[in-house]
Design a protein around this ligand. Structure first.
Ligand code: 13P
Length: 341
């Protein structure tokens, strides 16, 4: 393991004003997105859609540091035969790869999931490194509900994250460690804070036990936010303050960067919250975005699978990338949305 090399990659992933494009939807997940815009889930459509984003030159060069890919995409070529990985590298971005095999039901724990994918992972990392990946992602999913999460769920997911992260570093790949506490329920912000704190404490304990070097990783957490079905939703500043309080309590300063998931927040909420978090200032880590839906919902709607909409879709993607880039330095204002749209 080359820790200096890992640290340099991690810092580049969270470079000032840049963030990560999470384009690693599995074939099943991208189908859900395509169904909404009436696009058939074929290999060619998946390629055309992702190629369109990776060819959005200015946005990729100026606002995106890295792209998380799915196994199919890291091996795919653009229409003109250029590997998609090369398009990403030519834009100055780092290719990354999702390596987990998805969240499966946890035995004897109804409603809880554990992420699979550790078997054979060392060899897969070697293969992905040859294909150009310099960072990876593994997502654990923790749901909040009556009596959940349980300790078994938190512990099993944290343990898997740590084993994955150690294997990634052993193979000179920076692990994005993603423990996602879902915002699907009716819980309030205080409950999200408690569960997020518990999960992060457990994750950093397991990373320590597994000898993961914190300087060579990036954390991808949820924000501390009320569940979507909670009648009391909080202000942008309340979400920002609660999130910073929990992260400061749990995330060692040795971690170079935190890149949030958007988790089902609206595009503008995800941007506003990120900006407010950065506006608090004096944070020991770089804090940016690693958004899937909050970067892609707008270009997907604009594209709708039609070649004649490509320019419009690229403009929509560039707009969200710019807004989140501003948010990554705490400079975004609601008025910027209208000005630049
Ligand atoms: P969202 O931003 O849509 O939550 O996706 C980020 C991600 O990579 C989830 O694993």
């Amino acid at each position: 393991m080359n820790l200096d090399g890992l640290n340099a990659i991690a810092k580049k992933m969270v470079a000032k004003g840049k963030g990560i494009l999470a384009a690693d939807e599995s074939t099943g997940t991208i189908k859900k997105r395509f169904d909404k815009i009436g696009v058939a889930n074929t290999e060619e459509n998946r390629r055309d859609y992702r190629e369109m984003m990776f060819r959005t030159g200015k946005a990729m060069r100026e606002h995106i540091s890295g792209v998380i890919l799915f196994d199919e995409t890291i091996r795919q070529k653009a229409k003109d035969g250029t590997p998609l990985v090369k398009l990403i590298e030519d834009a100055g971005c780092i290719p990354g790869i999702k390596v987990d095999a998805g969240a499966k039901p946890l035995p004897f724990h109804p409603g809880e999931l554990v992420t699979e994918g550790l078997d054979g992972l060392r060899d897969r990392f070697k293969d992905y490194h040859k294909l150009g990946a310099r960072f990876a992602k593994w997502r654990a999913v923790i749901d909040i509900g009556a009596g959940i999460p349980t300790y078994n769920c938190v512990q099993a997911n944290a343990h898997a994250l740590a084993r994955y992260a150690a294997l990634a570093q052993e193979n000179d790949i920076v692990p994005i460690v993603e423990p996602e506490v879902l915002m699907d329920g009716d819980h309030d912000i205080a409950r999200c804070a408690d569960v997020t704190q518990w999960v992060l404490k457990e994750v950093f304990e397991q990373l320590f036990v597994a000898d993961v070097q914190l300087e060579g990783m990036v954390l991808k957490p949820n924000m501390v936010i009320a569940g979507k079905k909670c009648p009391k939703q909080n202000s942008v500043e309340e979400v920002a303050r609660a999130t910073v309080r929990i992260l400061k309590d749990c995330v060692p300063a040795a971690v170079p960067g935190i890149a949030f998931l958007s988790g089902g927040q609206s595009d503008e909420d995800a941007t506003a919250h990120l900006s407010a978090i950065n506006a608090i200032g004096n944070l020991p880590w770089a804090v940016t975005f690693s958004y899937g839906r909050a970067l892609q919902a707008a270009p997907q709607a604009a594209w709708a699978g039609k070649a004649e909409n490509v320019a419009k879709a690229q403009a929509a993607f560039a707009h969200r990338a710019l807004m989140n880039s501003l948010a990554a330095t705490g400079q975004w204002k609601a008025s910027d949305e209208k000005k630049a749209a």
